[in-house]
Design a protein around this ligand. Structure first.
Ligand code: ADP
Length: 393
């Protein structure tokens, strides 16, 4: 018998019996013979062969698993097929995450985590969020979909970045609330004392209280203004500014504003060009220069100059630098300086009217302009912040 050819026995028997009945009914034998022959022949030709039935009942499953392996191999999502708890397929993404050795192993050993093991033992499947599966800070959503009583599919979705973003948001709100609450508490405390009719406060103390209330109110104002700037720059970060701006006069004016009237004599310029065009957002570039110059005066030496330089750099970049001769910054702080509310010395920053947001705003403005920010500092001799911005074509 030809491999896979199927005999429709029941149909043939019916055809033969019908043929006999027709002969008994008096139909010509030749005609009945021809009709039965055509009938049986049509069964033979028209009925498709059923799937190959093989001696090994698992062979059908083997074919399915190899097809499935091809199907999931290049998916970006890590996927694993389990035979009971043994891993029989792990696509490239899964092997990259959990290691090549995972194939053939018990999934409970590979995933190890108690929540993952619990998920593997649940017959109905489901999903669980697992912390620390691939690293202490990692966050994975693991889902198990049972296919039948024996096979199940596991899908892994990396939620680490989302968890980081949500943690950063929570930290930011907590920090911002703390920063706002402190001056508010101070203002309320002083105002309550001043408003207390019983309190006999001499005019000198009253004047001191007023000064403190005003200073704290200004701090609140600076904080709210920096928070608004930060949220504006963040909202526009994907929208690269197009307006042609001459950096030289802009930097000169913004640096003078940042130095304020009483420190103009310590402000120096080192301008390599008469004009240097970039494409930018004028207000944000002014704010960037003001923030850097304010910091240079805040944290620089009280009697040494602050130098603001602008020159044409390599690869069609304009280089802006702000250098002070202060105490400098210890190297371990440098990578964190652009984080919101990060300060090396919170007391000094607050006393100088700092909000802890100046460099975070600078970083976002630089990113929006597709530029680069570099902070170099030598403890004891000062800090130089350099910004490279692409020149306008
Ligand atoms: P702040 O409002 O506190 O100045 P910034 O974001 O502008 O906030 O700066 C963050 C921290 O970086 C400051 O608190 C300070 O500790 C440090 N810093 C910034 N610029 C300088 C500088 N030129 N010299 C020394 N430290 C600096």
């Amino acid at each position: 018998m030809e491999q896979g050819r199927y005999f429709p026995i029941a149909g043939m028997v019916i055809a033969l019996v019908t043929g006999l009945i027709m002969i008994f009914a008096g139909v010509s034998g030749w005609l009945v013979g021809a009709a039965v022959l055509i009938w049986i022949g049509s069964f033979w030709l028209a009925v498709p062969p059923p799937p190959a039935s093989t001696a090994d009942p698992r062979e059908g499953v083997q074919l399915t698993t190899s097809g499935m392996r091809d199907l999931v191999e290049h998916s970006g999502l890590p996927m694993v097929l389990l035979d009971s708890n043994r891993i029989i397929i792990a696509n490239a993404a899964a092997r990259e995450v959990m290691g090549e050795h995972m194939l053939g192993q018990d999934a409970r050993v590979v995933f190890r985590h108690p929540e993952a093991v619990d998920l593997l033992t649940r017959p109905e499947g489901g999903s669980a969020t697992i912390h620390g599966l691939t690293g202490t800070r990692s966050n994975w959503q693991v889902s198990r979909h049972p296919i039948d009583q024996r096979y199940s599919l596991i899908e892994l979705v990396n939620r680490t970045a989302e968890a980081d973003v949500s943690r950063a948001h929570t930290d930011f709100v907590a920090n911002a609330s703390h920063e706002l609450r402190t001056p508010l508490a101070s203002i309320i405390g002083y105002m309550e004392t001043l408003a207390d009719a019983q309190a006999d406060i001499d005019p000198e103390r009253t004047a001191r209280f007023h000064t403190t209330v005003l200073r704290e109110a200004r701090r609140l104002q600076a904080l709210v203004s920096d928070l608004m700037s930060l949220s504006r720059v963040e909202a526009e970060k994907h929208d690269q500014p197009r307006e042609p701006v001459d950096l030289i006069p802009l930097v000169q004016q913004a640096a003078r504003d940042g130095a304020t009237h009483d420190r103009q004599d310590r402000l120096e310029f080192a301008l390599g060009e008469k004009t240097l065009m970039v494409r930018g957002d004028r207000n944000q570039l002014e704010q960037l220069v003001r923030n850097l110059v304010e910091n240079a005066f805040k944290y620089g030496s009280a009697d040494a100059p602050v130098t603001v330089g602008v020159e044409r750099g390599e690869r069609d970049m304009a280089i802006l630098s702000v250098r002070d001769r202060g105490e400098g910054i210890a190297p371990e702080h440098i990578p964190h300086l652009t984080r919101r509310f990060y300060r090396t010395d919170p007391g000094r920053s607050r006393a100088a009217g700092g909000t802890g947001l100046g460099l975070a705003i600078v970083k976002h403005i630089v990113e929006r302009h597709r530029g680069r920010l570099d902070i170099a500092s030598q403890p004891g001799s000062g800090t130089c912040v350099t910004i490279a911005l692409p020149l306008a074509a």
